[in-house]
Design a protein around this ligand. Sequence first.
Ligand code: FO1
Length: 309
Amino acid sequence: MNKKIVVLSGGVGGARFLEGLIQIIPQGKLFIIGNTGDDEQFYGLHVSPDLDTVLYTLSGVVNAKQGWGFKNETYNVMQQLTNLGNNDWFKLGDKDLAVHIHRTNLLKQGKKLSEITDELVGKFGLTVKLVPMTDDSVKTFIKTAHGRISFQEYFVKNRWQDEVLDIIYSSAEKTKPAPGIIDAILSSKGVIISPSNPLVSIDTILSIPGIRAALIKTKAKITAISPIIAGETIKGPAVKMMKEMGIEASALGVAQHYRDFLDVMIIDTKDKELKRRIEKLGIKTVVTNTIMKNNKIKKELAQIVVNTV
Ligand code: FO1
């Protein structure tokens, strides 16, 4: 039977986990749902950071140090744009810009983001199924004391310094999941929630009507990997955001956050004392090394996760 494994993925953390996963199961068995709440228009171009991070990482062209963008990238266009007086807070490399020009051009011709992403997957030499959470427009905004700002303004421009008063998945209620998502969840072998930011990666995907209900309904096992280890994250503002939103910033807090659909929680050895408390929620808990500092650990983690679904 060709049942797929569905992965809900955000940006860098999700992509790094997927890098391990494609080394232990065939790419054709993976159905990856990507967050597009971070999408933004720059210079009239549609930029999909999280989809691109998955594409670049899995095809081996990513700048591994920063986790996004191409390796060996040049910034000639950006430099000239800056010389012409444009903002330079969002760094768009030359090769990266080519992807955004290509994507925007096809969107203007009437193609759906999911069709374009499908085509890009092939062009990058991959055989995974990578699907944006929706073909409709959803944009994540952060409510701050100075008003509402877009996710990229919060994350890149302001370096996540603003206190988060609320998170808004703008227009989410008017959207529908991209083709195939609900079927994939309902008929999957298992669902994996990657170690991505629960509030601005995974919850964004869950804000699309029908996706959470499908996770609750599916008979497949659902496993999440905690992005929080001993009260900290490897990268990004998840801990700060969760605290500001009144959510416990720990693997237990993540398990509680996903408890209406979660079967298994993977936590780091540094958090082993949380196992009993998570299991009290009725969620099986596996303790292992989740810091993906080398390829061996990445593959081992992927194998442990696959064994649970
Ligand atoms: N992150 C930054 O911190 N600074 C940047 O200038 C930046 C540019 C950028 C360009 C294209 C792209 O696909 C991603 C980019 N990112 C940048 C990363 C990205 O904004 C975030 O990692 C994600 O949105 C969070 O998942």
